[in-house]
Every structure is written in C-alpha cells, then in structure tokens.
Design a protein around this ligand. Structure first.
Ligand SMILES: [Zn+2]
Length: 616
C-alpha cells in the first residue's frame, strides 16, 4: 500500500487505489480434498452383528437399483439398529423385518411368500412399503390399490395404533404431501383394505395410506408411499413444496415417518435398545446461532455472548467475511472487527462461515475450480441476485482461509449460506474444502427437525460428508423475534416431545431488544432441554451417526453387554432401554428412570464394554 502511495503521489488517487486494493489479511491454506465415496455395497456398510437389529430386506438391488438411502437416513436418525440383506432366511431370523423399497410379482417366489406368512403367523413383524403383488394381498390385508400423483394430503385415523403413539399434535395428525399448485406431485398408492385389516392413515381420496393387519401372533404394516418421497425428497428440498410454512412454525411432515418407525420398533421389539438423539439423557437441544452479515453486527455479538454465558449457554457466530466493496455493501472484514471475533472465540463462542458476498443468487453460482484463493478471488454482488467473479467454491473456501488465518485456534467447519440460498453443488464444495456441517435450510422447508446427512448434489444416491442442521426459528419475520418468544417456545417444546432439536438464528445487528428476548427464551426453557452452540452439538451428532454399537446377551438372562466404538471423541452418548436396569459398569451413568444410560466420554478409536444388569 505504501508502494501505491509512492507511485501515485496524490492523496485523492491514493484513496481510490486503496479501495481497489485487497486489504492485507492473514490466511491459512485450505487443502482441496478428494470426495470420499461410502461403500458401494450396503451389505458391507450395514452388516448383521446382533439379534436385536431390524433386518432390512432390500428388494430392489438391480439392475437399476433404488438404493436404501432414505430408509438408512430414517433408521440412523432414530438410533434404531439395523442391517441390510438379500438373504430372506437370514432376515427372518430377526424379530422385526422391513421390506424395502417395494414388492412386485418378481420380488419373491411362492415359497418365500409362504415363509413370510409363516414368519408373521409365528410372531414376526413386517413393515413394508408399496406391496403390489397379489401373492401377498392376504398377508398385507388389501384388496386392491390405485397409483396416483394427485393425492395431496394425508390424515392419521382417530383409532389408536401403537405406531402412531408419538403423533399427538394436529401438525402430526395431518400432513401435506405437496402443494396443490402442482398438477402432479409424488407417487402414492391408495389401498382398499380387506375385511379384518385396519386403516392407520388415509389419503384425501379416502384410500388407505397406511394399513395394518394382524396374522396369528404377528402383525404387518403396509405404507402406500415411499420414504424416498416423504423423507429424503423433503430433506434434499426436491419436494413439491410440501411444507405448510417456511420458517418459525412446527412442521413435522417428514418426521412423522421417522417417529412411526421408532414407535414400530419400540412397540414390537423385544427388550429393545435405541441410541438416543440427545446427549446426557436430555429430552431435546436448543442450538443457538447468530449471523454477522453487516458492518455493525460485530460489537453487539459481545452482548449476546455475555447473555448466553450468564444463562449457561453459548452460540455459533456465522460471519460474512466481506473483504470486497460491491453493490450490496462496503468491505468490512478487517480490524477492529476481527478483534471482536477473536474475543468471541476466546470467550467460548464458536465461529462459522457466512460466505463472502452473501449473494441472493448463490444458489445459481457455478461450482468453480476449487483453487479459488484470497489473493485472486474477487467476487462482486451486482444487483438483487446477480454477481460477477463469484463461485460456490470461492465463497466457502476463501471465507475459511480468512477465518482460520485471522482467528487463533480456528478451524472453520460450519457454513451457512447468505439468504439461505442453497446450490446443489454446496455439499461438494463444503466437503472438499474441509467443512463438516451446514445450516442453510429451514426446518419447515425440509419438513424435518432432526439433523441429517446431506446427500451429495442434493440427490438420492449417496450422502456427502456434510451434516445439515436446518434453521427452526429466525428473528426477522414480522413481528420481530422479541414479540415471538412464546411462539418460538411452543415450537421448541413440540420438537422436544419428539427428541428433535431446534435451531435458533438471531442476527446480531442489534442487541438491546434481541439479546433481552433471547434471555427471556433461555430462562423459560425447561431444564431437560440442552442449550448449546451449534458446533458442539454438531460434533456430537456426527460421532453419533458414525458410531458402531451392539448389544449382546450373556449366559445369564438378566445380563447383557453393550459394546460401543466411536471414531471421534464424544461426550454424553445416551442409550434408551425398554427393560429396566439395576446397575451398569464401565463408567456409564444410569438415570433415575432405570432406562437411560449415559456413556463416559469416548476417546477416538477406542471401544468400551458396558455390562448391563437388568432389574428382572
Ligand atoms: Zn445473512
């Protein structure tokens, strides 16, 4: 800069030139990583290891397979143990069996159909979707079915069925499958029940969406929808606008199917065990975050951090690293604002990236080369949603270079897009730049309040390395957050009933009203809801999602061994048991209800064995 001054020799020119010159910021190199593909073979990825596992019989492995990813998401998020197989006899040695994704006249031989019927008659339980074969009509309790892309709503019946035990709220008793602005939405199969079977849920045309049929000592459930359409399609935001709200409301449209699988497992499993969604035996978690996307949003951040500390909480600050002037704002990512970030980080807050130019057109950006770097990347917002020189890689990679370079001890792994605009290449750009976590969707928009693995290219084939934590509550919708605390609390409590989480986003552009409102919310929060920053919970969720565990019986009928191995350090992993427990060993802690066990802190790569002594 001195050189520029010397060469120009005029203060007026100096100012113009200085604005055009990249300010001197410290960077840390961000290596460009290769994409890691999971096992191509789901049988290897999810092998049989203990009797309590649900057996998933994969009905469609080829030649154009519909992979089990939607079911894998559902079972893993609910902490239900499972394995995947093509061996029907192996599957039927387990008490609970899921047939996925569909059953037609080519799926089973008559002999296998008889095996399935005998299995249920003798006390087995099957959950299946889209059974079309006449050879299994009797077992699944339907007379006929009609495919359609014009069923927009679904309602659960008033009759109490065990699988609907978690569906107690109106938003759960009725869901929307797509917006009627579309002439056609997802495929559904409306069933006509046989005498003796029961309708658990029905479509708007009166046909059955979920049927159950008791046969002998066992029972089957049949769903006329695919989890691909009602879970994964919502999560990757490829749905037909099925959400009833965009943000700030309770929208469990995808969660109801996860909760049904959970209730099915808990109702019909014998001595079941489940990996809980929340650490430390708590009921839910409130994940706090702030977006710093204006030059005056830094200093109030300190007020929020103070309020959070005083209320035994902390938060994640998503920072826009604005180092260029453009049509939207002047550059502001420099001292003294960087000092504030360093103070926040030193005080226990965590920091994520909120891009560089915060463009409303981010979802239309090119992916870029992956070699974008601070010295050469010069993006500019031009108008409402247009930009020049900007790429997805540039926004995520260069912002990480700067945050990691300017904040001691910082390794940026969390991203949130400006205006929550999400390009399909975002998972790839994030994982190849060393991120682990994203929070760029709203929970209402993806119809789910559980974190989930973000599929690569927002598709249906495989997960990326990134986990998504969608925003539940934000502060800008009218009336402002300060007037919506009671409403926010209702949404948080609705999620807590399901073991789901709530993500709160408060822009730190002012702290007088908003920090008081946040304190109001924190003080009203029940003590069994964890209040934490997003990064801490996200690390827990990642370790939980990758956990290997098994529960095996011993020669003593009242004892079992829980074996757990984590690739990552993790605190507070909790298992929920159906059967009451007397004592546990191995440094685990039992809750007073005798049914929740919290593991000791796990070191990466280490296994622990917990001996369980049941009460009876
Ligand atoms: Zn923003």
């Amino acid at each position: 800069m001195l050189l520029v001054f010397a060469l120009c020799g005029s203060a007026a020119v100096w100012q113009v030139m200085a604005a055009e010159t990249t300010p001197a910021l410290r960077t840390k190199e961000v290596p460009l990583l290769e994409i890691v593909h999971p096992h191509a073979d789901p049988f290897q990825q999810f092998p049989e290891s203990f009797p309590l596992q649900v057996a998933v019989f994969w009905t469609n492995p080829g030649p154009s397979p519909e992979n089990p990813l939607p079911l894998v998401h559902s079972l893993k998020e609910m902490g239900i143990p499972f394995f995947i197989t093509r061996d029907l006899s192996q599957a039927l040695r387990h008490h609970l069996v899921i047939l996925y994704p569909s059953v037609d006249s080519h799926t089973f031989t008559q002999f296998q159909a008889d095996q399935l019927t005998t299995f249920v008659r003798q006390g087995g339980f099957i959950f299946a979707q889209n059974v079309f074969w006449g050879g299994l009509q009797n077992l699944f309790g339907f007379r006929s079915f009609a495919p359609s892309r014009k069923r927009y709503h679904l309602a659960f019946s008033a009759t109490k069925d065990p699988v609907t035990k978690y569906l107690n709220r109106p938003e759960e008793r009725e869901t929307q499958l797509g917006s009627d602005h579309f002439p056609e939405i997802i495929w559904s199969n409306g069933y006509v029940p046989r005498a003796g079977s029961e309708v658990v849920a029905q479509f708007d045309d009166g046909s059955a969406a979920l049927l159950t049929n008791s046969v002998g000592k066992g029972k089957v459930y049949l769903l006329g929808l695919s989890l691909l359409d009602v879970v994964l399609r919502n999560q990757n935001n490829r749905d037909y606008e099925a959400q009833r709200h965009y943000v700030n409301s309770f929208e469990p449209g995808a969660d109801v199917w996860l909760l049904i699988l959970r209730a099915w497992y808990e109702s019909y499993g014998t001595d079941w065990v489940r990996l809980a969604t929340i650490p430390g035996g708590k009921r839910s978690a409130l994940l706090l975050s702030h977006d710093v996307d204006w030059e005056n949003s830094f200093a109030p951040g300190l007020d929020f951090a103070r309020v959070e500390k005083a209320n035994q909480a902390s938060s994640t600050f998503f920072v826009q690293t604005k180092y260029v002037d453009d049509a939207n704002s002047k550059a502001y990512f420099f001292a003294p604002k960087l000092d504030i970030l360093r103070r926040l980080k030193a005080g226990g807050s965590t920091v994520g990236s909120h891009s560089i130019i915060h463009s409303r057109g981010f979802n239309k950006f090119e992916l870029g080369s992956g070699h974008e770097t601070y010295s050469s990347y010069q993006p500019r917002g031009l108008g409402f949603d247009t930009a020049s020189g900007a790429t997805v890689f540039g926004e995520v990679r260069v912002s990480k270079e700067l945050l990691d370079g300017e904040i001691p001890g910082q390794d940026t792994t969390f991203f949130r897009a400006g205006h929550l605009r999400v390009p399909v290449s975002l998972p790839e750009a994030l994982e190849r730049s060393g991120y682990h976590f994203d929070s760029s969707f709203t929970a209402d928009d993806v119809l789910s309040n559980f974190p989930f693995a973000l599929p690569r290219d927002l598709g249906f084939e495989e997960d990326s390395e990134i986990y998504e934590f969608p925003v539940t509550i934000e502060d800008e919708e009218s009336p402002g957050f300060a007037q919506r605390v009671p409403q926010a609390l209702q949404v948080i409590l609705a999620n807590a009933e399901n073991g789901a989480v709530s993500v709160v986003l408060i822009h730190s552009n002012e702290s007088v009203l908003k920090a008081a409102a946040e304190q109001d919310l924190l003080r009203q929060l029940p003590s069994d809801i964890v209040k934490t920053d997003m990064l801490t919970f996200a690390r827990f969720w990642r370790a939980r999602d990758r956990l290997q565990w098994s529960l095996t019986a011993t020669s003593v009928p009242t004892e079992a061994v829980l074996q757990v191995k984590s690739d990552e350090p993790v605190v507070g992993l909790t298992f929920e048991f159906q059967r009451a427990i007397a004592t546990v060993t191995g440094g685990a802690t039992m809750f007073p209800d005798n049914r929740h066990v919290v593991l000791p802190e796990l070191a990466p790569g280490h296994s622990v064995s917990i001996h369980i002594d049941y009460l009876h």
